[in-house]
Design a protein around this ligand. Structure first.
Ligand SMILES: C[S@@+](CC[C@H](N)C(=O)[O-])C[C@H]1O[C@@H](n2cnc3c(N)ncnc32)[C@H](O)[C@@H]1O
Length: 214
């Protein structure tokens, strides 16, 4: 393992705004960090956390948790949040499939899935963050009628998500296969993730689905 990655992995768990599921950190510890009863929303696959931080800045009266199973990526967002004293953000180092085991008492207000890997091989379907398996996990933790957002540059994943959402009879509130061709976007849809900036530079079109599970 490269030295810097090793250093980040050693250090990240000691950050007061990082909670490590495998190390036994609990929901109660995480809630205590926020120190309020404001609503909680998640970014799943947050990578370096810049989108989670942008949401937290946009909505100071709400709490946001960046979720990722790569500790070295979380390190960057967590450090930035601490340095900038953004206290309505934490990071949870966990595989998203364990979220129902972690959130036993909390109902999540909103979920953002930003630029997940498409996992195009058929046998990798279970890893897709919008597969029926993952939608079932989200259903267990989200409030009734809580909105779920998917942002992607990937045609395959966008079409797959529409097909699955149709199958599970989800209500689609908004969809676009070319988000930035639209004139009026709300503040959330305009936030750009780190990966998104690369994709836009390459001239790729950004796709978006906002939905509610029934
Ligand atoms: C392509 S990156 C996108 C990062 C960020 N959302 C962005 O747009 O800049 C996808 C991220 O999802 C994370 N990820 C993929 N599957 C996951 C899972 N099952 N649980 C937690 N994180 C996951 C990866 O570690 C990676 O950081």
């Amino acid at each position: 393992m490269a030295r810097t990655k090793h250093k980040k992995l050693n250090e990240v768990s000691s950050f007061e705004n990082v909670f490590d599921y495998k190390a036994g950190n609990t929901e109660e510890e995480l809630l205590k960090y926020f120190g309020n009863s404001n609503s909680i929303s998640l970014e799943i696959g947050c990578g370096e956390g810049d989108y989670t931080i942008s949401l937290a800045k946009l909505f100071p009266k709400r709490n946001f948790i960046g979720i990722d199973f790569k500790g070295a990526r979380i390190y960057i967002g967590a450090k930035k949040a601490l340095e900038n004293k953004i206290t309505n953000t934490t990071f949870l180092w966990i595989n998203a499939e364990k979220l129902p085991e972690f959130f036993k008492n909390t109902k999540i207000e909103e979920i953002f899935i930003t630029f997940p890997e498409p996992h195009v091989k058929r046998r990798s379907e279970r890893k897709r963050l919008v597969s029926p398996r993952f939608l079932e996990f989200y259903k267990q933790i989200i409030m009734q009628c809580g909105h779920i957002h998917l942002k992607t540059d990937d045609d395959f994943l966008y079409n797959y998500a529409l097909e699955i959402l149709n199958k599970v009879k989800a209500t689609i509130l908004f969809k676009s296969d070319d988000l930035y061709s639209l004139n009026e976007l709300d503040e959330i849809k305009k936030i750009k993730t780190r990966y998104e900036k690369y994709y836009l530079n390459e001239g790729r079109k950004i796709k978006y689905i906002e939905f509610v599970l029934s």
